[in-house]
Design a binder for this molecule. Structure first.
Ligand code: SF4
Ligand code: SF4
Length: 247
C-alpha cells in the first residue's frame, strides 16, 4: 500500500525579507478577492542589543494541522482533511458560510469571504500539486524562505531542511479535549515564539453544543441530497439572519 503523504511547509525565518511577493503570487494564482489574503507575513520587530540586532519576519498561512479543529466543527462537511495529501481543504460548493471553522482555528488562518458567502484559506495550491508544481508562494519566494513537500518522504526538500536546521519551532496548540493540533508548518533557524504568532484559544468548539450545530446538519440531511442547493440556501439565510440579529 502506498504510504500516506503528509504535505506541509518549512519556513526558514532567517531568509524572509518581507518582500511579500508570496502574498501577490498567492492572490493571483488563487484568484483571491481584493479585500482578502490567504497568507500573511508577521513582523516581529527588532530584537537584541546593539550591535547584535535581529529582525524577524514570519510568513504565515494555514498550518494544515494533523488534528484540525476546523474540520471538527464544520456542520456541512465542507471542510475536510484530504486523505491523499493530508492538506486541509474547503469544498466551497458545500460551504454554507456559517464561519464556525473561522472561529475554531487557533491560528486565524481562515476568513469568511462575505461577497461569495464561503470560507477561504490556503489550500497548499493543490491544483498545482496535482500537475507536479510547487505552490505559487514557494516558487515566488526570492529568499527561498518557503519550502513545501511531503514530510513522510525522507528525501523531500522539507525533510532535508528539517534534518539540517539549526533550530526548529512548531506552533502546536493543545485543544480543550487534550489533543493537539500538530501543525504541518515548521519554522526553522529563528525564534518565532512571539505573541503575534502564538495560537489563541478558539472561540468556537464542538464542546459548545448549541442549537446551530444540531439544527443545520439536520436541515441538510432531512431535505436530502437532491435538494442540497435549496438546503444550503436556506441555512445561509438562517445564519445570515442570526448574524443580523446579533449585530
Ligand atoms: S491552521 Fe486553522 S484552518 Fe488550518 S488546518 Fe489548522 S485549524 Fe484548520
Ligand atoms: S500554498 Fe498556495 S494557497 Fe497556500 S499560501 Fe502558498 S500560494 Fe497561497
Amino acid at each position: 500500500m502506498a504510504q500516506k503523504k503528509c504535505y506541509g511547509f518549512v519556513i526558514d525565518v532567517s531568509r524572509c525579507i518581507d518582500c511579500r511577493a508570496c502574498l501577490v503570487a498567492c492572490s493571483a494564482e488563487n484568484k483571491v478577492g481584493m479585500k482578502y489574503t490567504r497568507i500573511w507575513v508577521r513582523d516581529l520587530g527588532v530584537k537584541g542589543e546593539y550591535p547584535n540586532l535581529e529582525r524577524t519576519f514570519v510568513p504565515y498561512n494555514c498550518m494544515h494541522c494533523e488534528n484540525p479543529p476546523c474540520t471538527q466543527v464544520c456542520v456541512s462537511g465542507a471542510t475536510y482533511k484530504d486523505k491523499e495529501t493530508g492538506l486541509v481543504l474547503v469544498d466551497q460548493e458545500a460551504c454554507i458560510g456559517c464561519g464556525f471553522c473561522v472561529d475554531a482555528c487557533p491560528y486565524n488562518a481562515r476568513y469568511l469571504d462575505r461577497e461569495r458567502g464561503v470560507v477561504d484559506k490556503c489550500t497548499g495550491c493543490i491544483q498545482r500539486l496535482q500537475v507536479g508544481q510547487q505552490p505559487a508562494c514557494v516558487t515566488t519566494c526570492v529568499g527561498k524562505a518557503r519550502l513545501f513537500g511531503d514530510f513522510n518522504d525522507p528525501a523531500s526538500e522539507v525533510s532535508v531542511a528539517l534534518k539540517n536546521a539549526r533550530a526548529i519551532q512548531r506552533l502546536d496548540y493543545e485543544l480543550a479535549d487534550g489533543t493537539h493540533t500538530e501543525p504541518n508548518i515548521y519554522f526553522i533557524n529563528g525564534d518565532v515564539m512571539d505573541p503575534q504568532v502564538q495560537p489563541h484559544e478558539p472561540t468556537y468548539s464542538l464542546a459548545e453544543t448549541s442549537w446551530k450545530s444540531l439544527l443545520i446538519p439536520a436541515v441538510l440531511a432531512g431535505i436530502g441530497a437532491s435538494f442540497l442547493g435549496q438546503a444550503t440556501f436556506f441555512t445561509k439565510q438562517l445564519v445570515e439572519g442570526e448574524k443580523e440579529f446579533e449585530e
